[in-house]
Design a protein around this ligand. Structure first.
Ligand SMILES: C[S@@+](CC[C@H](N)C(=O)[O-])C[C@H]1O[C@@H](n2cnc3c(N)ncnc32)[C@H](O)[C@@H]1O
Length: 306
């Protein structure tokens, strides 16, 4: 039990890993691929942008940089398709039959990422919509904001799509559940099915202070996915693009075994110190200080224990 984290390239690690040895993958990959290449990371860290938009400080408060996916060209999209196709083939090998993959995406690129993953043989089982207000979109036409004040060039983004995939079952669902302990999603409560829309908030400040990664996801949301991913809470959850380790921390908070991989030494060090602290966060209080608790957002009480 517990977790294992490694400072490695997940492609290399996945190629070496034993087949049929992972029971769920839950990950937030570099959707545009390019934004986490070392040149772009250096530009971001130097405050010089590149693919990253460095938001201006508002009233002395600094906001996290955001990757700009609209700058990607045809070649970048092709590279993206190739990246996720190769990655999904490696993931397919290590998953046990019936294992689920939850993969974060972006509304501008999800069609590319999801079709590449499906082409590797993983079955698309739907999408989980994380309802979250972001700073993306909703802008007036640049340079003519006054003239066209009642227009916006793109919708203000209020959701994040997570692709849900499953490795084909061995036999029927019940056969697969009995043999591999996978094939179904765990309900938040016996009389409440797992739902594909989850109310969320931006990652709470308390968590961002622990792990200042530009793509940090909130514990409250991740714990709901980890809970659903393992039908009996047994097996290994893998995050091949762990960043600061938020998914590993969510698994740890629920007492689930996990493995996290990260290529960037700086983010890996961040994960080393952040995981125990994120795992100790009470997802209930960190949510309520940021926003309201939606009655329809039903989660298993155990998820709040931290
Ligand atoms: C979108 S971020 C994930 C952030 C994470 N959700 C968190 O809460 O901290 C993607 C991460 O994947 C890492 N990465 C990119 N390519 C990788 C590879 N080939 N192997 C392992 N990690 C990689 C990046 O350095 C980045 O930290």
């Amino acid at each position: 039990m517990g977790y294992l984290i490694l400072n490695v390239d997940c492609f290399e690690w996945l190629a070496q890993r034993e087949v049929n040895s992972v029971h769920a993958v839950l990950t937030d990959p570099p959707f545009g691929v390019k934004e986490y290449e070392s040149l772009q990371q250096q530009k971001m860290r130097d405050g010089r942008g590149g693919v990253w938009r460095i938001p201006p400080e508002i009233g002395g408060s600094k906001r996290m940089p955001l990757p700009r996916f609209t700058v990607l060209g045809d070649d970048d999209i092709e590279a993206l398709q190739d990246f996720f196709g190769r990655w999904a083939a490696l993931v397919f090998r290590v998953l046990v039959p019936g294992a689920h993959l939850f993969v974060a995406a972006n509304p501008l690129l999800s069609h590319v990422v999801f079709s590449a993953i499906a082409s590797a043989g993983l079955e698309k089982r739907g999408e989980i919509i994380r309802l979250v207000r972001t700073f993306r979109g909703g802008d007036r036409p640049k340079g003519a904001e006054k003239e066209f004040e009642d227009l916006c060039t793109m919708p203000r983004a209020t959701y994040e799509p997570w692709g849900l995939f499953r490795k084909p079952l061995e036999g029927r669902v019940v056969d697969n559940l009995r043999k591999w302990k996978t094939g179904a999603l765990r309900r938040p409560a016996v009389d409440v099915p797992f739902s594909d829309v989850i109310e969320s908030t931006r990652t709470p400040r308390a968590e961002r202070d622990i792990a200042p990664h530009p793509s940090l996801k909130p514990q409250r949301f991740l714990r709901q996915l980890v809970w659903a991913a393992l039908p009996f809470g047994e097996g290994v959850v893998l995050d091949p693009f762990m960043g600061s380790g938020s998914a590993v921390a969510a698994a740890e908070a629920l007492g689930v075994e996990s493995i996290g991989l990260e290529i960037d030494p700086e983010y890996f060090q961040m994960a080393e110190q952040a995981i125990p602290r994120l795992a100790a966060v009470s997802a209930d209080s960190s949510f309520s200080h940021e926003g309201r608790f939606g009655a329809q957002n039903i989660v298993q009480p155990r998820l709040f224990e931290g």
